[in-house]
Design a protein around this ligand. Structure first.
Ligand code: ADP
Ligand code: MG
Length: 707
């Protein structure tokens, strides 16, 4: 690194010891390099002067610049509550500027009758504009100063930091830091080969760093952002793609060349329906991997109800036909039992032995399963994470399917992999549709299959949003459906899923439903995470067998339960669920031939974002569309499941939600670079190594890599 970049921040003019310490403590900035690599998170157009009358409530979070005359000033309140206020006007209206605590110097500076430039965040109170702690400067002074740039960068800050270094002061510090860098051409040397820059029309790194801080125009800013995002995402892709090609080079995958008796007999005689085109395609993709000699690491995405289980089962038969064992790991007891029930039925009469092992397996079941697995007598093992206990020894495990991947911790998955000397083929199935951009980053080194087609005959679920005040109407609707012989889910959110659980909503809801849907006409049952597994199972089975009309539950039913006769999903306090969770829950209905409904209940007062979520749910059934929207609304970090994805990214400037085009570009470029120079040994590629690990933190185990 150029020496100047490693220089202590305290040597920058206007910083000094005290501010340097504060910068380090509050935002981790120690050197000039640190400072210049913190980019503004927004810019304000300093050339734009607003009229007071133009400012509306929805501008509250943005900055504005006004040119106003002071018509009055004074102190209000007493002691610690004291405020200093300045009354200003322009030709369109008047506004109030407020300073809390010490404002003596402002009082001294501001003269009634004079004109000032005022810069800050507007807020509206009783239809009146006020600005707290604005930057304020006499107009003459403003005009005499040469404007450095049309745009002024705003840097993220903390309360402590901003009380000592305001937006303008921070900007000035960055400017002085740049002046030191400007005289050292070795700072921010370009890591990209010239050819790559030319191909993609990228400006130099040095220009990009300058322009990200001091853009003269929005076009310059765009170019700077583009270049810096490119570098960041290229670094991520170089890491991921290198790993992927390494894995592909290793020729250590089991070979399953035979399509034998089990598969063929099942396919000809037992398959209960025709496979959809998408199911057929995915089975072919899996089969191609299984005869490639490479270990398969495949992610299967398919919306709820798209028929992933059948794909899992048939691909497991391929392993069995080649003399190997297969296992499928489900996230919950209920799901494991459900898979077991259907698979044992599928496997009847085709010479395939299926066993189950879960945390609540009774001693007898456990013993039988364990010995059958160890001897090789059991072909397919179904279970929960009990499968990864050390005691479970497979005779020859060749294939692992993980259902509903996001529910598993990375370490748990990793453990399963290591049960073999030679890694089994792996299929990770998820019903959480992961947006393409995220899949390319998080699972960039996994192959991805998609089931993008639902089995025929499904009617789209109709989704409605009701306010709590329309509850009686909703009850009326439930009675109608129950009278037709259908069943209903009513789901309550948990406030805290992990710690001490809060079931108040669920219990209150259960009670009130019991009053409106009394025995003996109606039967209601409840199911939630805190119940003992046996009780949970019993409740679920009661509902599954059609003995209960209403199942009151927390989101434990989110994954996988299959009750085709249930046609209504009521989601209480729907505004408290994330989009993908809402979509998962909705997927519990619409599994039979009947028209199904999803009813989202909410309070009257909704944030803009909650409203958008509920509206989106009502307007589309497409999980991918919803997941893209979710990513936009919440940002990548919050997306359900990504926390457990095993990869942690620290993206400084790129945004997975909006930069998909750059992401694809860097992916293609990374693949091309690595194809030509797998270890980045060529002189022109050498500097790329630095990019690689920069923004890419691997704190957690990468599950695709453990093999
Ligand atoms: P998911 O992908 O959510 O795990 P499932 O595998 O549970 O979906 O399938 C949902 C339902 O659709 C099941 O009842 C299953 O038997 C049925 N199903 C799966 N594939 C087909 C198909 N090709 N034709 C008709 N029904 C199907
Ligand atoms: Mg499933």
């Amino acid at each position: 690194m150029a020496e100047v970049l490693a220089t202590d921040i305290k040597y920058v003019g206007g910083v000094g010891e005290v501010r340097a310490r504060l910068l380090e403590r509050e935002v981790g900035v120690k050197t000039i390099g640190d400072l210049l690599l913190r980019f503004p998170y927004r810019y304000i157009d300093r050339t734009r002067i607003w009229q007071i009358g133009e400012i509306t409530e929805d501008m509250e979070s943005s900055f504005v610049q006004l040119r106003c005359r002071v018509i009055g000033k004074g102190y209000q309140g007493e002691g610690r509550k004291q405020r200093f206020t300045v009354e200003v006007t322009d030709s369109s209206g008047s506004a109030e500027l407020i300073w809390f605590n010490t404002a003596k110097w402002i009082d001294k500076m501001v003269e009634v009758g004079r004109e000032y430039m005022i810069f800050g965040r507007p807020s509206m109170f009783r239809n009146r504009l006020s600005i707290a702690h604005p930057d304020i400067e006499a107009v003459e002074q403003y005009l005499s100063r040469k404007q450095e740039s049309g745009f002024q960068g705003i840097y993220s800050t903390t309360e402590r930091l901003s009380s000592m270094i305001g937006t303008k002061a921070m900007y000035n510090i960055v400017q002085r830091a740049w002046q030191l860098v400007a005289s050292d051409p070795s700072a921010f040397a370009d890591p990209l080969p010239e050819s790559l820059r030319r191909k993609n029309g990228l400006i130099s790194l040095r220009d990009a760093i300058y322009n990200i801080h001091f853009p003269q125009s929005s076009e310059q800013l765009r170019q700077a952002q583009y270049r810096l995002k490119y570098d960041e995402l290229l670094g991520v892709q170089l890491t991921i793609q290198a790993r992927r090609s390494e894995r592909k080079e290793r020729g250590n995958g089991f070979l399953f060349p035979r399509v034998g008796n089990a598969f063929n007999t099942f396919y000809r005689e037992k398959l209960p329906f025709a496979l959809t085109g998408a199911q057929q395609r995915v089975i072919k993709e899996i089969r191609a991997d299984m005869i490639s000699g490479k270990q398969m690491n495949r992610l299967l995405q398919g919306d709820v109800g798209s028929g992933k289980t059948m794909v899992a089962f048939m691909s497991m038969l391929l392993a069995v036909d080649n003399g190997f064992q297969a296992c499928i790991m489900a996230p919950t007891e209920i799901l494991a039992r459900q898979h077991f029930a259907s698979m044992i039925h599928f496997a009847e009469g085709i010479g395939v032995k299926v066993a189950i092992l879960t945390g609540s397996s009774k001693a007898k079941e456990r013993k039988a399963s364990l010995s059958g697995i160890a001897s090789g007598e059991v072909d397919i093992l179904i279970g929960t994470h009990a499968l990864i206990e050390d005691r479970v020894q497979f005779a020859n495990l060749g294939y692992v399917v993980i259902d509903e991947q996001h529910r598993f911790g990375v370490e748990q998955r990793a453990k399963l992999w290591t049960k073999n000397l030679q890694p089994p083929h792996i299929l990770v199935m998820t019903a959480t549709p992961i947006p393409r951009t995220l899949a390319m980053t998080l699972y960039g080194d996994l192959e991805v299959s998609v089931i993008d087609e639902l089995p025929p005959g499904r009617q789209p679920i109709r989704t409605y949003h009701y306010y709590d005040s329309a509850r009686l109407k909703m009850f009326g609707f439930l009675r109608q459906e129950i009278a037709k012989g259908r069943q209903v889910y009513v789901v309550y959110p948990l406030i805290k899923e992990s710690e001490k659980m809060d079931y108040k909503d669920l219990y209150d809801g259960f009670e009130s439903l019991s009053r409106d849907f009394p025995l003996p006409q109606y039967r209601i049952t409840a199911c939630h995470g805190k119940m003992r597994p046996e009780d949970k199972d019993a409740a679920m089975m009661e509902f599954k067998r059609g003995e209960a009309h209403i199942l009151v539950a927390t989101s434990v039913i989110e994954v996988g339960v299959d009750v085709p006769n249930a046609t209504v999903m009521v989601i209480e306090s729907a505004e408290r669920f994330g989009l993908s969770q809402l979509h998962q829950l909705r997927g519990r209905v619409g599994r039979g031939g009947e028209q199904s409904y999803c009813i989202l209940m909410s309070g009257e007062k909704l944030s803009k974002e909650s409203r958008q979520r509920l509206e989106a749910m009502c307007s589309t059934n497409d999980g991918f569309e919803l997941s893209e929207l979710d990513l936009k609304l919440r940002g990548a970090g919050d997306i359900h499941g990504t926390q457990q994805s095993g990869e942690a990214f620290e993206l400084n400037i790129a945004n997975l939600a909006t930069d998909s085009q750059i992401l694809s570009l860097t992916r293609d470029d990374a693949i091309a670079i690595l194809d030509a120079d797998p270890r980045l040994e060529r002189a022109e590629n050498f500097a790329l190594r630095a990019l690689r690990e920069k923004h890419y933190k691997r704190e957690r185990i990468d599950f695709s890599d453990i093999s």
